[in-house]
Design a protein around this ligand. Structure first.
Ligand code: SAH
Ligand code: SF4
Ligand code: F3S
Length: 471
């Protein structure tokens, strides 16, 4: 039975021979949590499943296969998954009566961290797949539809990228003019608060040729902006054409040569891996957008040490000065954790100070969440919840003020905007500034994918309004 099913499913890549099985036209709904790497992975899973006859749906109720692509970074992120699974169980039970059963799967970082435990807690889950084995997803889904409970949490990351199919041109077009491209996965840094080294495994870089092939396909399909992704993207060191190991700066230079690739970005970076060749790329490449997400997490040397970040606050500030010298219009972004174990009022003041010194255009900040299995969770002097909340509020007030100031600084200026999608109201479009702000302006869908100079006329805390420049 299982053999028959898999050979049948392998034949469904072309629609013409699929109807014999009655198994074509299946629909998949993927709900994505967490970081951009999960967004990218969800797309790649959709692309792999498309070859097995699954089309994407935005309506969970209409799906034959529901996948939750999960995040384990903070406790709340993981909890959300279980409450969503409880809701889906009811949908699954209702559908089990009819002839269109639902297959339910958990992928991503919760899948990797909890494995079998997910099925023990929620029996309605049919499959659990960690991020390194998405290339096996069509085959795993077939086994699950055959009645097997499948848990796959092995690390097979190189194989993943070699075998995952690229999306069709039509599909890439439907996703708009900006695209993500994962170049690096995993992390060897073991910051004491973080689950990523456990959920995504050791650092692996994709080779240059593979990345260029994917980038070219994206550009040929209408993409104008590519964001390179990695948990530690600036630690990327892949094999180049010359059999030498390249760094991210060299990779960016190569990508910059692709005709039609107008904008390049990369995220997320670690201050320790900001090599000179990467800073030089910011100085030299017009396509490399003047925006850098460089998380520091905390401003106190004591806390940075306890977090195992392996740099000081002064080194971070000096690094930013160097980057700003190379690219004066660069805008900084970052991540912060408040209430790491042992954080005193003075340590927190140091965090506020590093924020004042850096002047962020945008930043994300979180209360420390002890993660099982990480060294931070074992530390004794955990900070009380109310102290964390109060500190987070103060930090966010400062970061919001900086962000608003940065936005206001652009009023009256002419900047290039990449038009991405329709706005909320008729005749309104949304684009992206070089500094990643949303820009609202008049236009039509025909403008999507165009990069045009516009005049900023108004700044809000989270967006800008622009007017067209009359010729
Ligand atoms: N590789 C990136 C971070 C990836 S995780 C870096 O080195 O900076 C994204 C962000 O989640 C982190 O920057 C951190 O601010 C936050 N984060 C990670 N673990 C956390 C935890 N246990 N509690 C609260 N926030 C956390
Ligand atoms: Fe996590 Fe980033 Fe530290 Fe790696 S470098 S352990 S991903 S915070
Ligand atoms: Fe979350 Fe995993 Fe990304 S834990 S932040 S989805 S790497």
């Amino acid at each position: 039975m299982s053999n028959q099913l898999s050979s049948k499913a392998e034949n469904t890549s072309s629609k013409s021979n699929a109807p014999i099985t009655g198994d074509s036209d299946k629909k998949v709904f993927i709900k994505t949590y967490g970081c951009q790497m999960n967004v990218y992975d969800s797309q790649r899973m959709n692309d792999a499943l498309a070859k097995d006859g699954y089309s994407e749906t935005q309506d969970m109720e209409d799906a034959d296969l529901i996948l939750l692509n999960t995040c384990h970074i903070r406790e709340k992120a993981a909890e959300k998954v279980y409450s969503e699974l409880g809701r889906i169980r009811k949908l699954k039970e209702a559908r089990s009566e009819g002839n269109r059963p639902v297959t339910l799967g958990v992928t991503g970082c919760v899948a990797q961290a909890e494995g079998q435990e997910i099925i023990r807690r929620e029996r309605s889950v049919d499959l659990v797949v960690g991020p390194q084995t998405y290339h096996q997803i069509p085959q795993i889904v077939r086994r699950a539809r055959d009645g097997e409970k499948v848990v796959q949490t092995e690390f097979a990351i190189e194989e993943k990228f070699e075998t995952l199919p690229l999306a069709s041109t039509k599909k890439i077009r439907s996703r708009g003019p900006t695209a993500f491209l994962t170049v690096q996965e995993g992390c060897d840094k073991f910051c004491t608060f973080c689950v990523v080294p456990y959920t995504r495994g050791a650092e692996v870089s994709r080779p240059v040729a593979q990345i260029l092939e994917e980038a070219q396909k994206l550009i040929d399909s209408g993409v104008r902006e590519i964001t390179l992704l990695g948990q530690n993207v600036n630690a990327w060191h892949g094999l180049g054409h010359d059999e030498r190991e390249w760094g991210l700066g060299e990779l960016l230079r190569e990508l910059d040569k692709i005709e039609g690739l107008d904008r390049l970005r990369y995220v997320t970076s670690h201050p320790r891996d900001m090599e000179q060749s990467l800073i030089d790329a910011h100085r030299d490449l017009k396509s490399l957008m003047p925006y850098l997400h460089l998380p520091v997490q905390a401003g106190s040397d004591r806390i940075l040490k306890a977090m195992n970040r392996k740099h000081t606050a002064a080194e971070y500030i000096a690094m930013i000065r160097k980057i700003k010298e190379a690219r004066p219009d660069i805008a900084m972004s970052g991540d912060f954790i408040v209430g790491f174990p042992g954080e005193t009022d003075q340590d927190f003041e140091d965090t506020l100070q590093i924020v004042r010194d850096t002047e962020y255009a945008q930043a994300f900040s979180f209360k420390y969440s002890p993660r099982p299995g990480t060294p931070g969770a074992e530390l004794e002097d955990q900070v009380p919840e109310d102290v964390k909340s109060e500190r987070l509020q103060r930090l966010q007030a400062l970061l919001n003020e900086q962000q608003y100031d940065f936005n206001k600084g652009l009023v009256g200026k002419t900047i290039d905007v990449l038009i991405e999608k329709r706005g909320k109201t008729e005749g309104q479009m949304i684009g992206r500034s070089p500094w990643l702000q949303s820009v609202i302006l008049a236009g039509s869908e025909e403008d999507i994918g165009k990069i045009i100079p516009v005049k900023i006329v108004h700044a809000a805390p989270n967006s800008l309004n622009a007017e067209h420049i009359s010729a």
